[in-house]
Design a protein around this ligand. Structure first.
Ligand SMILES: *Cc1c(COP(=O)(O)O)cnc(C)c1O
Length: 426
């Protein structure tokens, strides 16, 4: 498989190069040259396959530089935790994606990327530096995926004061080959710094840089696998899928699964007050505003970097996009109310991100229509918000208590590029 740039001003490259480069030099995003529909054999039989097997069938055309036996074992290793579909109400289901090692859906993509890079760097001596911007959960998942891996250094940029305490501990307490830079800005500033570093020739001559954000195809594509897994557990004609969205990697992975031939139905792009995409879907005008902090902090993104991929998936046709996707927005007050209502009425614990997806289904599902929302992170990651919503503290599981007792180590930097560059060049 070849990957072209969505800006169309850089040459196409193979899978390995696209993964290692992360971004094409023209500042677009890599995108597969074709998305072949899976064979009828796979589409008719995936319901009897195991999760890694489904993943293999979905990824094999795309991860073309990895021999099939290696790809199979990578996927078995990556997809080794539960992804249960839980019935919340008669027609509403939760796809719980937080049972991995860092308690958020980011584990799936981060682990796949880590294993792919590990495979490619087997016969390479040069140290690789992985730069990653995080709105909360990516950093922890990537740090976990690469912790202790020889020849790899991970540098995490996170917005100071804008991630939850538990998320911060996940990024700042590992040490070893993991460094955390605390940026005086928001997630969009962090993401802009990462992009700028990639376009900096001098820096790239000195360091072998890779990104672990969903701009990297090996982070983005495997997220499509759990949509097929969900369909295996719930057969339905016109399923509505509500995806809590920030950088729009997860929902575009759902659209990718649909292009592969899975009957995934239609989508709700669920956002907090950072609602650039729902406004676009409503008005056809794409006009980012400044990022605001919300209780669903992992979605505090005002310039979603995967938006060009969404356009690419629908040939930039506004009509085609809006035929498949509607927008939904929930305020902070409504997030608290939703968590409280759902706990009382359905005995189900939503996290602040999943709450937006659940509320979207409550409003948009037609009578008799089934809906699935994605539970993207464990509620304990947002303990203060949960306490506010429920009027009582959540029980703290052991893993969380252990993390909270560790000491944070981070380096503060400003949002100008100069400080980051200086730090990296040292
Ligand atoms: C990253 C994240 C999101 C947003 O996912 P995108 O793929 O960036 O749209 C939603 N919820 C949680 C908990 C996250 O960590």
């Amino acid at each position: 498989m070849k990957y072209y740039s969505t800006n169309r001003k850089s040459p196409s490259v193979g899978f390995k190069e696209a993964v290692i480069n992360s971004l094409p030099p023209d500042n677009g995003l890599y995108f597969p040259e074709s998305i072949p529909v899976l064979s009828p054999e796979v589409l008719n039989n995936f319901r009897s396959m195991a999760l890694p097997e489904i993943g293999f069938e979905m990824m094999k055309a795309f991860a073309s530089d990895i021999p099939e036996a290696d790809l199979r074992s990578i996927l078995e290793d990556v997809l080794s935790f539960d992804i249960p579909l839980v019935q919340v109400e008669e027609d509403i289901y939760s796809l719980e994606l937080y049972h991995g090692p860092t308690y958020a859906f980011k584990d799936v993509g981060a682990r796949f990327l880590a294993r792919c890079l590990g495979y490619f760097s087997q016969d390479q001596d040069e140290e690789v530096t992985i730069l990653v911007a995080t709105s909360g959960d990516t950093g922890g998942a990537v740090a976990n995926g690469f912790y202790g891996v020889e020849g790899v250094k991970v540098v995490i940029l996170y917005p100071s004061g804008k991630v939850s305490d538990l998320q911060e501990k996940q990024l700042t307490t590992l040490g070893g080959n993991i460094s955390a830079l605390e940026v005086d800005g928001d997630f969009d500033d962090c993401q802009a710094l990462v992009k700028q570093a990639f376009l900096d020739k001098e820096l790239n001559e000195k360091l072998s840089l890779t990104s672990a954000n969903s701009i990297n195809i090996a982070r983005w594509m495997p997220q499509s696998i759990y949509y097929a897994w969900m369909l295996k557990q719930l057969e339905s004609e016109d399923l509505l899928i509500a995806v809590p969205s920030g950088n729009y990697g997860n929902i575009t992975a759902a659209m990718f699964a649909k292009r592969l031939g899975f009957p995934v139905g239609s989508f709700l792009a669920c956002s907090n007050a950072n609602d650039v995409v729902p406004r676009y879907l409503e008005t056809a005008a794409y006009s980012p505003k400044a990022t605001v902090a919300t209780y669903a902090n992992a979605m505090d993104v005002s310039m979603p970097s995967n938006f060009p991929r969404m356009q690419e998936l629908y040939d930039s046709s506004y009509e085609a996009i809006t035929a498949d996707v509607s927008g939904f927005t929930l305020s902070d007050d409504q997030i608290l109310q939703t968590i409280s209502d759902c706990r009382r009425e359905s005995k189900y614990l939503l996290d602040p991100h999943g709450a937006i997806g659940y509320a979207a289904l409550k409003q948009h599902c037609q009578p008799g229509q089934r809906g699935v929302f994605l539970e993207t992170a464990h509620p304990i990651k947002f303990a203060p918000t949960m306490a506010k919503a429920l009027g009582q503290e959540l029980h703290m599981p052991d893993f969380a208590a252990g993390l909270m007792s560790r000491e944070k180590v981070s380096q503060k930097i400003g949002k100008g590029y100069g400080e980051l560059k200086e730090w990296l060049m040292e």
